[in-house]
Write a protein that binds this ligand. Structure first.
Ligand SMILES: Cc1ncc(COP(=O)(O)O)c(C=O)c1O
Length: 348
């Protein structure tokens, strides 16, 4: 494709995290034991049989990733093989066929390339969100796996996930609704987890928070994660901790931030159970991290009927989260050296 093709005339800086129809999406069908090669389509509507197991029994999973434009014009993906691996873990858990890594990467690359005019330019603050999804389609009624599957990838230019600009702190409210059971599907990116969380998000927002914060569903004591982001915590002793839990999504952003903290900032890091009420006073900074959220410092948390300020009264800067954020986005945008080999260039 001619890389001089003109970009769309969007007000990139004003974009929020919303669906924006782009020109092409990738589709491949799995039937009778095998995947088709797949193709790019213009139509954003998916015709689905009324008996499709994805509609009735939530036999579906998805992924979320981003492409960024570097200063030299390269289009960069961030650790896309980890998204492929995670999608296949969800596929196996829900008895769906795995999407071969080669097809996953090819589909993402083709979709990004075909929508080049929609990839936000370097320095715009926006990025191209990529949504791969795998759904059980075809006729079915009883509770059993689908006979056919559809793998799709669509993209949408997006701005910040939370309304707050840049690194302005967000707030979280502990949910009285559970997100996932210890041996349930919490560690998989499956739609069912999110449908159950919609009410928790609304209740959190009614309290004035941006998102729900889930505690472990067995005891309601340990931090699990936020509605669409994992949690990292800088403790007053200078270390960085993150919850160990079988019920949370294994965030690629979190894994990357913990690695950056240990390797580049030389911090002590640990993944361990974190008891909210007992340990809150030892928190210096708290952050919500994910592909969409990137890394948002959390200023206050609602629990036990009141707001609790992270780091205590008068704490309104987050120097560690700022350093982690700068390093992460510096690598993702190609401004800093990719010393861990995390970037994947999409040829245009
Ligand atoms: C529930 C949940 N936790 C955490 C994350 C962050 O994961 P990742 O960093 O791989 O995007 C997401 C997705 O963004 C999510 O939906």
């Amino acid at each position: 494709m001619d890389a001089r093709i003109k970009k769309k005339e969007l007000d990139w800086a004003e974009l929020g995290f919303q669906y924006h129809k782009t020109d092409y999406r990738f589709r491949a069908i799995h039937r009778e034991g095998g995947w088709q090669d797949g193709e790019l389509l213009g139509d954003e509507i998916i015709p689905v049989h009324e008996g499709a197991p994805s509609l009735h029994y939530a036999q579906q999973c998805f992924e979320g990733m981003k492409a960024q434009t570097a200063a030299d014009g390269r289009i960069l993906l961030f650790r896309p093989r980890l998204n492929s691996e995670r999608m296949n873990q969800a596929a196996s858990r829900l008895l769906m066929p795995e999407v071969p890594e080669e097809m996953f990467i090819r589909a993402v690359e083709e979709t990004v390339r075909a929508n080049y005019p929609w990839v936000p330019p370097y320095g715009s603050g926006a990025s191209l969100y990529i949504r791969p999804m795998l759904i059980g389609v075809g006729e079915n009624l009883g509770l059993k796996p689908a006979q056919q599957y559809e793998f799709r990838v669509f993209v949408s230019p997006v701005g910040p996930y939370y309304k707050q600009a840049g690194l302005a702190p967000i707030s979280l409210a502990v949910s009285d609704i559970d997100r996932a059971a210890p041996n349930g599907t919490g560690s998989y990116k499956v739609g069912a987890n999110y449908a159950g969380g919609l009410l928790a998000t609304v209740r959190a927002q009614q309290l004035g928070a941006n998102e729900a914060l889930y505690l472990d569903s067995a005891e309601g004591r340990y931090i699990d994660e936020a509605g669409s982001a994992n949690i990292i915590i800088a403790l007053k002793d200078g270390s960085l901790v993150t919850p160990a839990s079988r019920a949370i999504l294994p965030s690629i952003t979190r894994r990357s931030l913990m690695h950056i903290a240990a390797q580049e900032l030389h911090m002590d890091t640990a993944e361990r159970p974190i008891e909210l009420r007992q340990e809150f006073a030892s928190f210096a900074e708290l952050g919500a991290c994910g592909t969409a959220a990137v890394l948002s410092p959390v200023g206050k948390v609602w629990f036990d009927d009141s707001w609790h300020l992270v780091g205590g009264e008068g704490q309104n800067v987050s120097p560690i989260m700022q350093k982690l954020y700068d390093t992460l986005i510096g690598i993702q945008r190609g401004d800093l050296e990719d010393s861990f080999g995390w970037l994947h260039e999409v040829s245009i």
